[in-house]
Write a protein that binds this ligand. Structure first.
Ligand SMILES: Nc1ncnc2c1ncn2[C@@H]1O[C@H](COP(=O)(O)OP(=O)(O)OP(=O)(O)O)[C@@H](O)[C@H]1O
Ligand SMILES: [Mg+2]
Length: 272
């Protein structure tokens, strides 16, 4: 059973807790969703901390975490399980959804919009108040224990209309929107992730924010927190900042030479 008092430990209380700097009350919301058996949908741009947040919360809540990266070849059996041949015998092997339900784990489906709609429909009885999964092949019906939770995420930025969730799927989730952290928090994250001095992380965050302002004009997505971490990693390793900024913050954003030239100007201006 889920204990009535909060088992949540703060960052630093547990040595192997994945580091996550909160931007608001997302940790409390996630915990309440878990306690009340509600599935959660996380949406936000690439590299803004969604995966890290789930890893952090799973550890804080003391639940095992299974992650599946969704793609359009993913089948329902990839999630639920299948019979496998072992030494001349067929044995049933649980898929990650089945295993997570048996163990009361957190199942995280990353980029869920990439999965076909006939696959996401398998999640429907699991994500409404039934919380059940029927395995037709074995004749079993599993009831999810209270500790089980389904979390899905996607990046709403670059999906087209065909790649969206059916309303009957998305309306089974509590949704949380993620964005990039505010500049001070983001500089602290980059410093913590890389060991680069905080005052050397601040200009990188400033450049990233200037590049983010170009989203929708020249860019599909601005520079992510992940890319700032890459730039800081290269600088920490001894690379010159200009080269690290070009390789980690500018080149990944566009292949168009004119756009690249414009990005470089924006980065120069942001450095001041
Ligand atoms: N709030 C945060 N606290 C700690 N680290 C963070 C945070 N946000 C981002 N990061 C850093 O940025 C990196 C990228 O974050 P993460 O992989 O969680 O992004 P994501 O939102 O899952 O991206 P994608 O949609 O591409 O999967 C992390 O590995 C971590 O270094
Ligand atoms: Mg991710």
């Amino acid at each position: 059973m889920i204990p009535a008092t909060s088992p949540l430990a703060a960052n630093g209380d547990t040595p192997d807790l994945p580091f996550y700097a909160a931007s608001g009350d997302e940790c409390m919301l996630f915990e309440q969703a878990w306690r009340n058996r509600l599935p959660v949908l996380l949406k936000g741009p690439t590299g803004c901390g969604k995966t890290r947040f789930v890893a952090h919360m799973a550890a804080r809540l003391g639940r095992p975490l299974y992650t599946v990266a969704c793609h359009d070849d993913l089948t329902a059996a990839d999630l639920t399980g299948r019979h496998l041949l072992k030494g001349g015998e067929t044995v049933w092997a649980d898929g990650p959804l089945t295993r997570a339900m048996r163990e009361g784990a957190i199942l995280y489906l990353d980029e869920v919009v990439e999965a076909r709609k006939d696959v996401t429909v398998v999640l429907h009885p699991v994500t409404d108040d039934r919380r059940t999964l029927t395995l037709e092949r074995t004749g079993e019906t599993l009831l999810a224990p209270p500790e089980f939770m389904l979390v899905v995420s996607y990046n709403p930025g670059y999906q087209n209309v065909l790649k969206s969730l059916k309303p009957s799927t998305r309306q089974r989730f509590v949704a949380m929107e993620f964005g990039y952290p505010d500049p001070d928090t983001e500089a602290a994250i980059v410093a913590s992730e890389t060991g680069l001095a905080p005052d050397r992380c601040v200009p990188l965050v400033r450049i990233a924010n200037a590049l983010r302002d170009l989203k929708g004009q020249d860019l599909d997505e601005g520079a992510s927190t992940r890319l700032i971490v890459y730039a800081a990693t290269l600088i920490k390793a001894g690379m010159k900042p200009a080269a690290a900024i070009d390789a980690a913050l500018l080149q990944p954003l566009s292949d168009d030479p004119d756009v690249q030239a414009a990005l470089a100007r924006v980065a120069d201006l942001a450095l001041g």
